[in-house]
Design a protein around this ligand. Structure first.
Ligand code: COA
Length: 567
């Protein structure tokens, strides 16, 4: 499960009951006016965009050009709506029409299949193994699901002529959903999807025994994606805000907060908080991070364009609330899932930070690979805390191959091991350290090139091991060896998820005593998310984050100090 959060938050205007002006009782009119009084139309509320455009026009003759420009920006932000849904539908059109530009890596075209797996799809729990079903292969679904206060709704996002609903239409539909679900549902049905996969598979069979429940679950599974309108969460300090939002996106904060406001098997769930925080959580099986981020880049771009499309006047039907019949057995499953989830939520420790000292442009100016330098810094940070390197995983894309997913870049290389030992050795000259740093970076980059060309070791070894298990032959010694266990116990599980927009993805560690580190290198800064488990006394996300920041700063200092480092 990965979560992604945007720093430039999409604004969602919370619609709350209550009125801004106190209603005044109408004055009693003389009888002769009454007849035509009743026939007068009600005062219309003009479309917001129209009013804003006219407001700017009215300002033009009376304010300076500078004031006008500044007001235009303010007006733009004020007028922004839940355009998010329209942006995703716009991206969907490109998928449906097969007009998405083919991506490339080093001049080689990449497999685009993952883009076709992220919408209208869902993971389904199974007793032996789960499956991922993509519903767009047959009759393409035309609805999304919206969840608010643990209540799910089916929202059709296309008109009968096949055109997508306009931003205003979607907004009105969301408003209806919001108003009809002001009370929190007693049973957070979505929490079932947080259970251990075996428990969830049992609970799932139990749940869908009921025809109404089965139909509601199907509606969620088939929907194009889900939008979660979250309840407010306690305020935190500015310093903690980013990490707090990341946790909300990743797990929803536990059964007391928004974890029941999700269907975690759904491939794509967009989350909008009342404070304007906005992000998504995605189920990892169908795709890696890059296609998800490409979608988000598109949505952000879309949100910044101000295309005004007038909505047809035909009123739209109220979105259908999905019903669930909660039997005592289902209630028991929900309670169990709540307990399990709350334990997991308490255990997750996330630290997000923005490394401000430099970004990928500086590293490129040093003729080094930014990704490799970040990975070597991670090795240094880890070594400084633990005094030894550890098995480290970095995702390498295999999309240069048909249906390729990932292999592993093993970042703990011989080169990084020599460098991290040398870095704090006072006996060594700066020049020697710089040379070792550059060698480590080159070695990492060479591993990356090997991995993306399908020549890495991890997937090959895994395939051989699984083949042996499937064929019921004696498991070869190589897989029973202690070294194999060490090599596959990834204390550092890392991934670069680059984006055009200033955002960040996060995920959890893959072993109980490990870290998850995700980063997005921007031109002049780097966004990092570090995670660990509170139950492990030896790990601490904030500590690794601190050491990582220090390692990057020290490495740059080293390059600055050394005359031939060409700064
Ligand atoms: N000198 C100057 N510039 C250099 C350089 C050098 N020696 N080495 C690299 N660069 C430049 C590159 O040309 C590139 O430039 P661009 O920003 O103009 O495109 C930039 O630095 C970044 O390159 P680098 O930091 O080496 O990384 P990368 O973009 O090649 O990415 C991986 C490396 C491993 C992240 C990538 O190959 C990959 O596999 N990504 C997918 C990972 C994934 O799937 N993650 C999600 C898992 S859920």
């Amino acid at each position: 499960m990965l979560a992604l959060l945007g720093r430039s938050a999409l604004r969602f205007t919370a619609l709350k009951p209550g009125c801004l002006v106190r209603p005044v009782a109408p004055t009693k009119l003389p009888g002769r006016y009454l007849a035509h009084q009743k026939s007068l139309p009600r005062l219309p509320v003009p479309p917001l965009q129209q009013t804003l455009e006219r407001y700017l026009l009215a300002l033009e003759p009376i304010v300076s050009q500078e004031e006008l420009e500044s007001t235009k920006q303010i007006v733009k932000e004020f007028g922004q709506k839940a355009k998010l849904i329209s942006g995703v539908l716009d991206f969907k059109t490109m998928i449906d029409n097969e007009t998405l530009p083919v991506e490339s890596l080093g001049g080689n075209p990449l497999c685009m299949n993952q883009y076709y797996q992220i919408l209208s799809s869902c993971r389904i729990p199974g007793s032996k193994s789960d499956s991922v079903v993509n519903y767009s292969q047959t009759k393409k679904p035309t609805h999304i699901t919206v969840v608010h206060n643990f209540q799910f709704f089916e929202l059709f996002v296309y008109n009968s002529d096949g055109t997508p609903l306009t931003v205003d239409q979607i907004y009105m539909q969301l408003e209806k959903i919001w108003h009809s679900s002001l009370q929190t549902n007693k049973e957070p049905i979505g929490i079932l999807t947080t259970g251990h996969r075996n428990s969830w598979a049992n609970a799932y069979n139990n749940l869908i025994k009921d025809k109404v429940n089965k139909e509601s679950v199907k509606c969620i599974q088939k929907s194009i994606f889900t939008v979660c309108l979250d309840a407010p969460v306690p305020k935190v300090s500015d310093e903690l805000y980013m990490s707090h939002v990341a946790a909300q996106m990743l797990h929803g904060g536990g059964s007391r907060w928004n974890s029941g406001n999700r269907w975690f098997d759904k491939t794509l769930q967009f989350i909008v908080g009342e404070d304007g925080s906005c992000g998504l959580v995605y189920e990892h099986s169908p795709a890696e991070g890059p296609p998800i981020v490409a979608l988000l880049d598109h949505v952000f771009e879309y949100c910044n364009t101000s295309v005004m499309v007038r909505s047809p006047m035909i009123p739209l039907a109220m979105p259908r609330k999905l019903r669930f019949n909660i039997t005592p057995d289902i209630k028991r499953d929900i309670e169990k899932a709540k307990q399990n989830l709350n334990m997991m939520v308490r255990d997750v420790d996330i630290k997000c930070f923005v490394f401000q000292h430099f970004g990928k442009d500086y590293v490129k100016s040093q003729k080094m690979s930014p990704d490799a330098l970040i990975q070597v810094a991670l090795q240094l940070a880890y070594y400084r805390i633990y005094g030894e390197p550890c098995a480290t995983y970095e995702s390498a894309s295999l999309r240069m191959f048909h249906l390729g997913r990932t292999d592993t870049i093993r970042s703990a290389t011989v080169g990084s091991s020599v460098f991290v030992r040398a870095m704090d050795n006072p006996q060594l000259q700066s020049q020697e350290k710089v040379a070792l740093l550059k060698k480590a970076v080159q070695m990492h980059r060479a591993y990356t090139d090997m991995a993306i060309r399908g020549q890495a070791i991890d997937r090959h070894l895994l395939g051989l091991k699984l083949q042996a298990i499937e064929d019921l032959v004696r498991i070869p010694e190589i897989f029973m060896d202690t070294s194999y266990a060490v090599a596959f116990h990834f204390n550092l599980s890392t991934s670069q998820v680059p984006a055009k927009i200033d955002c960040l993805m996060c995920f959890g560690p893959v072993v109980p005593d490990g870290y998850g580190v995700c980063y997005n290198p921007m031109e002049d800064h780097i966004n990092f998310a570090v995670s660990a488990f509170n139950s492990c006394a030896e790990t601490n996300a904030a500590k690794l984050a601190h050491f990582l920041e220090q390692a990057l700063v020290d490495m740059r200092e080293l390059l600055i100090q050394t005359p031939n480092s060409k700064l």
